[in-house]
Design a protein around this ligand. Structure first.
Ligand SMILES: Cc1ncc(COP(=O)(O)O)c(C=O)c1O
Length: 371
């Protein structure tokens, strides 16, 4: 089935005695045991599994064309669970432009257990030089946050397969509707479902989806169930509700993202636009091949430095000055000041999450803010 159909029908596993069309929220933390000691209802204790979470994991598995999914209470815990599953002493390769929260996790929480090289993964020819005897994984983020770099997933997959490494991909900016990393050779896909999957800035969540149920995946499932950083039944209900409109929301984000990028690209006060849908983007051809749309995230460089960038952020009216992304409402932020003093993000960079308002209103808003 196509994503639009899967988004609505996959995960509707629930058979209710009251014949609900929309699955109810199962708040029970514990489930009846049978006389023979089994759990014929399929669930034992809500940290281990819950009907709402199973439904969410099913639809995410189907949308990402994977074999299984683990839902977590945030994107950060999804990534952290994967890093925890790696053997201490392992070496991993990660992108130089990467969601700063994961970079921070790796450099602080995992500083004693993992060694990491942060490199430019768009330079494919350079990657093999970093592979060591104890390298176990290449972590990719495409499109990347905040520079919208695109990594060639099939090219990296050829390297990870040759060296028997795990290829994991943070696909948050693409959502499961614009790119399916497993179909392009990845072993594990990661999403912050707080973003496009949730889509309404009202629920935190994260997920990992696997291409195969390997022993390594079982380790991740154990971390989820024993560690317990799981989304609540209500969070799962909200995410399932949001996923039903995800394919259509993504079309709107792509349409608005492209139109705003084209407008900003020709504006004299804008020094540069980072958007993979612009033919001038260095990895435009790769984006065209591995994505079905370019998304609603873009970053811009404002002429005149940090002060001018901050003025724009303060002058727009429809774009809420707030962190995060992927919601129906447009958001804007001066990224360097969010990331802190050790950031490498240019000081005149503004990151924009283009929402689903009418594009004419969004462009008119930027027009007055840049005037
Ligand atoms: C690309 C990317 N990955 C992961 C995360 C972390 O997700 P969460 O905030 O749900 O923990 C974010 C959050 O901004 C993100 O932008």
């Amino acid at each position: 089935m196509k994503p639009e159909t899967l988004a609505i029908h996959s995960g509707n596993l629930y058979e209710s005695s009251t014949k609900d069309v929309t699955p109810p929220i199962n708040l029970s933390t514990t489930f009846f045991r049978d006389e023979d000691g089994g759990y014929s209802g399929g669930h034992m204790y809500s940290r281990v599994s819950n009907p709402n979470r199973s439904a969410l994991e099913q639809v995410l598995t189907d949308l990402e064309k994977g074999a299984d999914a683990c839902a977590f209470s945030s994107g950060n815990t999804a990534g952290m669970s994967l890093f925890q599953a790696l053997k201490p002493g392992s070496h991993i390769i990660a992108p130089d432009d990467m969601y700063w929260g994961f970079k921070k996790q790796l450099q602080s929480i995992f500083a004693d257990t993992l060694t990491i090289d942060f490199i430019d993964l768009t330079d494919i020819a350079n990657i093999s030089a970093y592979i060591r005897e104890n390298t176990v994984m290449i972590w990719v983020e495409t499109p990347s946050n905040p520079l919208l770099k695109i990594t060639d997933l099939p090219a990296i997959a050829a390297i990870t397969k040759k060296h028997n490494l795990i290829l994991a991909c943070d696909s948050t900016f693409a959502s499961p509707c614009l790119q399916n990393p497993i179909a392009l050779g990845a072993d594990i896909v990661m999403h912050s479902s707080t973003k496009y999957i949730g889509g309404h800035s009202d629920v935190l969540g994260g997920a990992l989806i696997t291409a195969e149920k390997t022993p390594f995946w079982e380790k991740i499932r154990n971390i989820q169930q024993i560690g317990g950083a799981v989304p609540s039944p209500f969070d799962c209900f909200l995410l399932l509700r949001s996923i039903k409109t995800l394919p259509y929301r993504m079309r709107g984000h792509c349409e608005n993202g492209m139109a705003l990028a084209l407008y900003l690209e020709q504006h004299p006060k804008i020094e540069g636009v980072f958007y993979p849908g612009l033919p001038g983007h260095p990895q435009y051809e790769i984006a065209r091949q591995q994505m079905s749309g370019f998304g609603g995230m873009l970053s811009i460089l404002v002429r005149g430095g940090a002060d001018e960038a901050r003025k724009v952020v303060n002058k727009v009216k429809l774009f809420a000055q707030a962190t995060s992304l992927g919601g129906v409402e447009s958001l804007i932020e001066h990224r360097a000041s969010v990331e802190g003093p050790d950031t490498k993000t240019p000081q005149n960079l503004i990151r924009v999450s283009v929402g689903l308002e009418h594009i004419d209103d969004l462009i008119a808003d930027f027009d007055q803010a840049l005037a």
